[in-house]
Design a protein around this ligand. Structure first.
Ligand code: BT5
Length: 263
């Protein structure tokens, strides 16, 4: 009974902050799941899946990029949105998602959120949100994990010194309102992508990208690229100036040089 009231209140909170035409109007809130992205993949029919948002109070097998895991302990937001897109537009989706999260944060009064390419959301040098976009044909899951209110001990225990929750940084936000604001902003940026109006989203991304202007090391299937990150190109790739050429990196890991080494 208690749990049902809890879930009903959460859904009300979400619905009152949502302002979309399609995305997230179908909202599924679960107590526990392996991974909300995996849930989107398993939905049988495309008709049922299109635009769906699914969130869980807990994930027991949260995923990051490149086979990594996402710590899903405690009071965090674990959210996936099903977006149906032409495959040629898929490279733009992580860019749209990162802009959606930073727009939502801004609308909730959180200033200074930066994007570390491709889509870590950083506040005061700490990772507060990660994004995992996965696609199966036209069906894509935009998976968003936001650390809302975990204590620093959770991250210490997990040996994640660069992670923090919004509450640790002094921001007290409701997770379902945050979810609705992110989905609302995502619909806007995905709309730009679909209408060939992606420059607006790219400008938003470039303005917030903390990787640009920094010395970086990109590691991928073809080895390492060392240089200065100078731009994000029209496909969302990071442009790295090595001194002798400009290399466009579309995937993999990029570390930024800091006074303490590469992070
Ligand atoms: C990400 O991957 O940052 C994408 C995370 C996406 C999570 C969401 S939650 C809802 C949906 N369902 C899923 O199963 N996934 C999505 P990546 O860039 O590979 O970063 C992963 C790395 O971030 C890990 O190897 C850790 O170093 C670090 N990390 C893990 N959990 C973290 C957390 N809660 N906060 C900050 N950093 C974390």
């Amino acid at each position: 009974m208690q749990d049902r009231i809890h879930i009903e209140n959460a859904i009300k909170q979400y619905e009152s902050a949502l302002d979309t035409r399609i995305l997230g109007r179908k909202f599924i809130l679960l107590d526990e799941i392996d991974s909300t992205n995996a849930y989107i993949r398993r939905v049988e029919s495309d008709d049922q899946c299109e635009g769906m948002a699914v969130a869980a109070m807990h994930q027991n097998s949260g995923r990051g990029r490149l086979g990594r895991s996402w710590l899903s302990e405690g009071y965090g937001l674990y959210l996936s949105v099903a977006v149906f897109l032409n495959s040629s537009l898929l490279p733009g989706l992580p860019i749209a998602a990162a802009c959606a999260v930073t727009d939502a944060f801004e609308s909730l009064g959180m200033e200074g959120a930066g994007i570390k390419w491709p889509n870590d959301i950083i506040i005061s040098g700490k990772k507060v949100c990660g994004i995992l976009c996965q696609a199966w044909g036209r069906r894509a899951a935009v998976g968003i994990g936001v650390n809302i209110c975990q204590s620093s001990e959770v991250f210490q225990k997990a040996e994640l010194p660069n992670a923090a929750s919004l509450s640790m940084l002094g921001y007290d936000v409701d997770r379902w309102t945050t979810a609705a604001k992110i989905v609302t902003a995502l619909e806007k940026h995905v709309g730009c992508l679909e209408k060939n109006n992606f420059e607006e989203t790219l400008i938003c991304y470039r303005t917030r990208c903390v990787s640009i202007g920094r010395e970086v090391i990109a590691s991928g299937a073809n080895g390492e690229v060392h240089g200065t990150a100078v731009d994000i190109d029209g496909n969302g790739s990071l442009v790295i100036d090595t001194g002798s050429e400009k290399v466009h990196v579309s995937s993999g890991e990029v570390r930024l040089r800091t006074p303490y080494g590469y992070l």
